[in-house]
Ligand binder design. Structure first.
Ligand SMILES: [Zn+2]
Length: 85
């Protein structure tokens, strides 16, 4: 789900306060995703891929080493905590 201009502005404000040096390479250069992604609970049964927990996340990657960290889009205030229909 692409971020709106308002959501991007909110993220920039939040991450300017929260992000500092990368924990892997100690460089302070980040790329914030333009979209919200989901992390879905893994299941090894191919016939039951629906259900389980889903986390909406915003990936942020280090421009130097490529480490990717995820922030919960609900905790960031980008989405309501209501279950999806
Ligand atoms: Zn890094």
């Amino acid at each position: 789900m692409p971020l709106t201009d308002q959501q991007r502005a909110r993220l920039l404000q939040i991450f300017q306060q929260k992000l500092s040096q990368c924990t892997v390479c100690q460089v302070d250069s980040w790329q914030i995703s333009d979209s919200i992604f989901t992390l879905q609970e893994f299941t090894n049964n191919p016939f039951f891929r629906k259900g389980g927990s889903v986390y909406p996340v915003v990936p942020v990657s280090c421009n130097n080493c490529g480490q990717v960290i995820f922030f919960n889009a609900i905790k960031l205030g980008l989405l309501d905590a209501q279950p999806l229909q």
